[in-house]
Design a protein around this ligand. Structure first.
Ligand SMILES: [Zn+2]
Length: 428
């Protein structure tokens, strides 16, 4: 008898291992898809973002997630300004052609620039220590020229000025700015009159004197963008909502040959929200559970800000928001932003995790403005932001690809969120 019992326990363990593997495989599939070239970095070039929205919408429809809209669309449309790079991108320093993305990044607010040959004057900014020395150095710059700026970090350190705000003063100049360490790209909603190229210093030729540059950029004052919204009605209190949010957008493309895949940021959170949608359609809760996939996050939380201003049901009906951003690797556990102001919910998460050991550790962090939970916090809605504590440094660069993601403990995180939702729905 005992032997049968043991066999049965082993069988159960094998089954649960199996579902964990299945769950991870499913999540990996969605992340790989969303960060593949066909979504163009889920940004503003080649309709990358729009394709991602359609992909999410298709999932919602197949799963049986309900739309809020009476026209049965899951899409909430809005418009935003954005500077884009749909065309050519070429940089040659002396005789060395550099690779966009890996070797250099263009400032995201840069104006277009085309030249077969421009002379570069090297200006060393190491002597900048105060406004007097800064004024002296600045006198060297003239409009419509090319400059190589050495030791540019003094300007931010002593003058509290970014190279980009400084470059704003000089019409149609080109600035080549050597950078040491990781190159990190962003999205800009405004433009500057200059063109700035941040170049990885280890790939720069010695004594750079000339450059060939082609930068095509296009400012879109009214770019059409979409949030994707859906929900599973609650069985007992359908007017109370637990909301899972994640931004599906990323940085898109920087020219014809460079894509920012954004696997960790935030195909991973998007996939996790889709997984929760899948789970809760099969296991409805007492409260309604809503799923909101936002766009425009990388440009400054534009999609979620728009949502907070134009919600599809009263914000007061939201019991709690859990925002998921960068959840593709939780090797060292997770961090919970707003743990201090949402003590009750944070201790509930901790209690569940201590009992079930889903993830190695829950770290606490105070409010941050760097993801979509912030738009809800600002509107007075209780919200936390969860991200994974992973092991890879790839962030806002061309190396944030699906195969670099361990997905370590992501299954544990999904279970933690399921249990948490159930407890909240039970009035905890
Ligand atoms: Zn993000």
């Amino acid at each position: 008898m005992r032997r049968y019992l043991l066999l049965f326990v082993l069988f159960l363990a094998a089954c649960s291992q199996n579902t964990i593997a299945q769950e991870k495989r499913w999540l990996k599939q969605q992340i790989t898809r969303l960060s593949s070239n066909s979504f163009h970095g889920r940004g503003y070039v080649n309709k990358g973002g729009e394709k991602a929205a359609a992909f999410i919408q298709k999932h919602f429809r197949e799963l049986g997630v309900l739309p809020f809209d009476t026209d049965s669309t899951y899409l909430q449309k809005y418009f935003m300004a954005v500077n884009t790079f749909p065309g050519n991108m070429y940089l040659r320093l002396n005789k060395k052609e550099l690779t966009p993305g890996a070797d250099y990044l263009v400032d995201a607010g840069s104006t277009p620039y085309h030249t077969e040959k421009i002379k570069l004057k090297t200006v060393d900014l190491k002597k900048v220590k105060d406004s007097a020395s800064w004024a002296k150095v600045k006198r060297q710059f003239k409009p419509h020229r090319g400059y190589l700026l050495k030791n540019s970090d003094t300007v931010s350190k002593y003058m509290k000025l970014s190279i980009r705000s400084f470059a704003n003063e000089f019409l149609e100049n080109v600035f080549i700015v050597p950078k040491h360490g990781k190159l990190t790209w962003i999205v800009r909603q405004d433009t500057i009159p200059a063109t700035i190229l941040y170049v990885e210093d280890t790939v720069m030729p010695k004594r750079v004197t000339k450059a060939a540059i082609t930068i095509d950029s296009k400012f879109e004052p009214n770019f059409k963008n979409f949030n994707v919204l859906g929900y599973i009605p609650g069985t007992e209190k359908p007017d109370s909502f637990i909301v899972f949010t994640a931004h599906y957008d990323h940085l898109g493309r920087m020219g014809r040959h460079t894509i920012f895949p954004g696997a960790h940021d935030n195909a991973s959170g998007t996939a996790l929200v889709l997984y929760l949608a899948k789970y809760f359609t099969e296991h409805p809760q007492k409260y309604s559970v809503a799923f909101m996939l936002f766009s425009g996050e990388e440009a400054g939380l534009i999609g979620s800000k728009h949502y907070a201003k134009s919600p599809v049901f009263p914000l007061e009906q939201i019991r709690f928001v859990v925002n998921l951003d960068m959840t593709g690797d939780a090797t060292n556990g997770i961090t919970v932003v707003n743990a201090d102001t949402r003590k009750k919910e944070f201790s509930l998460l901790n209690r569940i995790n201590l009992a079930k050991a889903y993830v190695p550790r829950l770290n606490e962090r105070t409010q941050t403005r760097n993801s979509d939970h912030y738009s809800f916090s600002e509107a007075g809605v209780p919200a936390i932001f969860i991200y994974g504590n992973g092991t890879k440094p790839y962030y806002h660069d061309v190396f944030d690809v699906a195969k670099e993601l361990s997905l370590e403990n992501i299954d544990g995180l999904s279970r933690l969120l399921v249990d948490f939702t159930r407890e909240l729905s039970n009035g905890k």
